[in-house]
Design a protein around this ligand. Structure first.
Ligand SMILES: [Zn+2]
Length: 514
């Protein structure tokens, strides 16, 4: 029994057998046939719903292999301090906080996120004294664009128990005034510490943010996401379950576990088997950090962590940005593979921002997947061109080199660090164009089809779902996106402006352009 047919469509199946088609037939949540409009009469039954696509292009739903949903939801219900929201100086930040403080009763937390010191006139992070000028009766927490640094005002510092006497926690760093030793309010890698001390958003408020995030993702044709937040554990799993049960989150979800929660999970499996195509665990996240000049965790610790993940049959997902961190990640995976060879391990390096051709060859030989963020080229290209040393710049996001060497590269947005729009990622990867109109390592440009595959087949493989997703072919899940233009027939500069007109998840039309 066919439930839904999309016909009169320009279907790019991304499958090897039939690259193009006109019609897609769906039964329940699966694609059952892909063919020509002539097949319509034969397949259509009395109760079959049909959608005339009027020649529009249909693609497999986009898969974003690395983003942070909780932070995205929070961004809709907290202050947005990103440069593109007209925040160009510390005084702009102060103005936004001032407005919030006038709306909120004293004692309530004011939370803001996304500030970027590179684009602030002062070229520095705000500090406690900047924030104290605005209010002394509301605690304030600002989150840096990367999520790895925070700024607190004096009241907030006091409330979370940070004073002159507080020593740095094991993985964090409390920035201090060089003369007085007093904390400046700027805290590095202390997100977990702060989340234990600062009350989270009320469920109701957070759910409001999830609804907006859901709408945003669907409007960009994203039908599957992988949440890569390093603090993910049982509490976050429960939240995802709640959002799924309330049906306020339509894209399919894979949630990575943070390394801290991994041991707890191994003792008590909390993954339910209810609907595994909607919500599953996948991957264990480890952040390799080098901001202090030393690798944390160190190589020996890292090797043991990765080995433990490898032995448990989970994927290791290693956040590594600089080349030396990528090397360390590589060594740790090599160590695990020597102890226990496994050809199809699917271990991943997240970001892999700087990678020389020789290191790319090593990644390929070890079968490591890279999960990259092509839209950073567009949104942060200007900063890269001004601040990344020439030696590193030539190996920055070397997507073409990686693909040519045989590395499987999946794409993602790292949203809310950059907007989630996959078409922007596809545009940036196939043009290497920054927002300023400058190109960023043009030699590393890839073709449109390769870029599209990074958000389809390759992302499906990176998230262990290649059997169910990544192409429009019989047997696969009915996750589709309909576009208002054929991306293969518009000038490259217009790819980023293509709009989604309809999104289908699980055989259901979940979003239509209003
Ligand atoms: Zn991330």
């Amino acid at each position: 029994m066919t439930d839904l047919i999309l016909f009169n469509a320009n279907v790019m199946t991304m499958g090897s057998a039939h690259p193009t088609a006109q019609l897609i037939a769906i039964q329940k949540n699966r694609i059952i046939a892909v063919g020509k409009d002539d097949d319509l009469r034969e397949i259509q039954k009395r109760n079959t719903k049909t959608i005339d696509c009027k020649g529009k292009t249909v693609l497999p739903g986009f898969i974003d292999a690395h983003l942070h949903l909780h932070a995205l939801a929070e961004s809709y219900v907290t202050l947005n301090l990103e440069p593109r929201h007209n925040v160009q100086s510390i005084s702009d930040i102060q103005t936004r906080i001032k407005a919030s403080s006038q709306e909120l009763p004293s004692g309530n937390w004011i939370k803001g996120r996304g500030y970027n010191e590179f684009y602030l006139a002062e070229k520095r992070h705000p500090n406690r004294w900047d924030l104290d000028q605005v209010t002394s009766t509301h605690p304030i927490k600002l989150t840096h664009r990367t999520g790895h640094a925070h700024v607190l005002n004096s009241l907030a510092l006091q409330m979370v128990g940070i004073s002159n006497e507080t020593s740095d926690p094991p993985d964090g760093l409390i920035d201090r005034d060089t003369k007085t030793g007093e904390p400046t309010g700027l805290l590095f890698r202390m997100g977990d510490y702060l989340s234990r001390k600062i009350p989270p958003l009320e469920n109701l408020q957070l759910d409001q943010g999830i609804k907006v995030a859901n709408d945003e993702l669907l409007s960009m044709g994203i039908t599957s996401i992988q949440d890569a937040s390093s603090h993910n554990g049982i509490e976050q799993w429960k939240m995802f379950r709640r959002w799924k049960e309330k049906e306020i989150l339509k894209p399919r979800v894979r949630m990575m576990l943070g390394i801290q929660s991994f041991s707890a999970y191994m003792k008590q499996d909390f993954e339910t088997q209810s609907d595994t195509s909607q919500l599953r665990l996948g991957g264990v996240k480890i952040i390799l950090d080098e901001t202090t000049g030393h690798l944390r965790p160190n190589q020996t610790e890292l090797n043991e962590m990765v080995l433990r993940i490898h032995q448990s049959a989970f994927q290791a997902c290693l956040h590594a940005v600089e080349e030396s961190a990528v090397e360390a990640a590589c060594s740790a995976i090599e160590y695990a593979l020597q102890k226990l060879p496994k050809p199809d391990h699917r271990h991943r390096i997240e970001h892999c921002s700087v990678c020389s051709p020789s290191l790319a060859r090593k990644l390929a030989s070890l079968g490591i997947i890279v999960v990259t963020q092509p839209s950073f080229i567009y949104y942060s290209g200007e900063r890269y061109l001004r601040t990344v040393p020439a030696e590193e710049l030539k190996h920055l996001y070397p997507i073409r080199t990686l693909l040519k060497t045989g590395v499987k590269v999946a794409a993602s947005s790292d949203c809310p660090i950059a907007p989630a729009n996959p078409l922007m990622g596809i545009y940036a990867a196939s043009s290497r164009m920054a927002e300023t109109g400058e190109t960023v390592v043009y030699e590393e440009k890839i073709t449109f089809a390769e870029a599209l595959r990074m958000f389809g087949e390759n992302a499906a493989r990176a998230t262990l779902d290649e059997g169910m997703k990544g192409s429009i072919s019989p047997g696969k899940l009915a996750d589709l996106v309909v576009l208002n233009a054929d991306p293969t027939r518009v000038p490259i500069d217009e790819i980023k402006d293509i709009k989604v007109v309809m999104t289908v998840v699980n055989g259901e039309v979940v979003w239509e352009k209003p």
